[in-house]
Design a protein around this ligand. Structure first.
Ligand code: PLP
Length: 437
């Protein structure tokens, strides 16, 4: 907790914090950004770590394809399309009365198979890694085997003796719950008050235990962690501190590099890539930013996007206090309809890791997200959940600031759409209608 003196000190030192306390939409350029080589070397995470995660996902591909046939087209690799959205670009140019000279692309994690959000990267990866470790320990599996056999009864029986637990605002719970239940684990999801009813219902239908809390995300995580600690058979997936989650997300870097190459999009010193990532606790966007920095070095600029009422990562980075503070210390209440981003305190692990590799952060009002939700649906027929629109004002914010080469026809702007395809139709309709109010 900050006292009034400390708060005054920070608002004096960083005037932008004053604007954030008034819930303004602001952009912050990170003064601690380092060159890619120096920055990456400071993170403590290595190329080999990400390669290991990538290799593991390849080993699991035959299993994933067997139990989730919808991944057949990609051979059991869980990946999403990269889509040009020229109509939306025009809409943004009209809305904000500015030119976006570069190309606008959407990374459609809303369409990721299995759980329809960015959490299908890190969340599923950590569950798979845990399953692999257990199966190898019990001499039922070697890394040379065809992992399709993990769907056989002896594995279901093994995993049923083990528990997995997680605290979540919703989407992480969906990913962990669906994957764990499929493998046969006894899985519990601790959900915060802002988690949507349909997510709880869907998980219960799949045999997942859902525990509900009247409190926010941090409380759900704390309770989940406490219950897991008391039980040696329980693996707690710690969204605030997990290197495995981070690595699962980081594999996105090489995947996007391959997709850009395939469509002929050049990224180099003359053709910078700007990426806008919605941020909650930080693991998803942090891991992706890390992977992108590895793939594109100094030619990629990653920005995190947070709701005006929940800019926990931005405040943590600006003050260097990371998980020692919450948005409540700054008079913000962490109330946002962007449930995937409703986090009051960022991951300290992620904050410290991304500090030297992140170009900046910006905030976006709920109202803007809903307006963009409708505009994207109307112009491109793509439906996202509110959180997933947070990246969409990135090009506007960064071009207005004249950051580096953003205002160039040779720049590519990549908005990371983090979720949406699992949202029931009635819910999506309600989101769409909110935009007019
Ligand atoms: C979880 C989530 C995010 C942010 O990921 P974090 O790891 O919490 O930072 C963004 N968008 C959606 C839709 C999410 O579910």
């Amino acid at each position: 907790m900050l006292d009034q003196n400390e708060l005054n000190k920070w608002t004096e030192k960083q005037p932008l914090i004053g604007q954030m306390m008034e819930r303004k939409e602001v952009l912050w350029q990170n003064p601690a950004l380092e060159s890619a080589v120096t920055g990456l070397s400071k993170t403590g995470v290595t190329v080999a770590d990400v390669q290991d995660a990538s290799d593991r996902l390849k080993r699991f591909a035959s299993y994933i394809q067997r139990v989730f046939p919808e991944t057949g087209a990609s051979g059991g690799i869980i990946e999403s399309p990269l889509t040009a959205i020229p109509n939306m670009k025009e809409v943004l140019e009209q809305e904000y009365r500015l030119d976006i000279p570069g190309e606008l692309l959407l990374k459609q994690d809303n369409a990721l198979p299995i759980s329809g959000s960015i959490k299908a990267r890190g969340g599923i990866y950590e569950v798979l890694k845990h399953a692999e470790t257990l199966a190898i320990e019990h001499d039922l599996l070697t890394t040379e085997d065809d992992y399709a056999k993990l769907a056989d009864p002896q594995f279901l029986e093994l995993f049923s003796k083990y528990k997995i637990a997680v605290g979540s605002t919703g989407n992480l719970g969906l990913s962990i719950g669906i994957m764990s239940a499929k493998l046969g684990f006894d899985v519990t999801v601790h959900m915060s008050a802002d988690a949507k009813q349909w997510k709880k219902d869907m998980l219960r239908e799949k045999g997942v235990t859902v525990v509900e809390y009247a409190d926010d995300y941090s409380k759900a995580v704390e309770e989940g962690r406490k219950q897991a600690e008391a039980d040696p058979t329980c693996h707690f997936i710690d969204d605030e501190n997990s290197l495995d989650l981070f690595l699962g997300y980081a594999v996105a870097g090489e995947r996007v590099a391959a997709q850009l190459k395939e469509r002929g999009t050049v990224v180099d010193a003359d053709h910078p890539l700007y990426v806008y990532l919605p941020c909650g606790v930080g693991g998803g966007p942090g891991g992706v930013a890390f992977g992108l920095r590895q793939a594109f070095g100094d030619h990629v600029y990653c920005y995190f996007a947070e709701p005006t009422d929940s800019p926990c990562m931005m405040l943590g980075l600006m003050t260097g206090l990371h998980d020692k503070i919450s948005v409540h210390d700054f008079g913000l209440d962490n109330r946002t309809a962007a449930d995937g981003l409703a986090v009051g305190t960022a991951s300290g692990f992620v904050g410290k890791t991304v500090e030297p590799i992140l170009a900046g952060c910006y905030t976006i009002a709920d109202k803007t997200m809903f307006r963009l939700l409708k505009l994207l649906a109307d112009s491109e027929d793509i439906r996202l959940e509110p959180s997933a629109l947070a990246g969409m004002t990135g090009p506007v914010q960064v071009i207005r600031e004249q950051a580096e080469g953003a205002n160039s026809s040779q720049a590519t702007h990549l908005v990371w759409a983090t979720g949406g395809s699992m949202v029931p139709e009635a819910e999506m309709k309600a989101y769409y209608e909110t935009a007019g109010k």
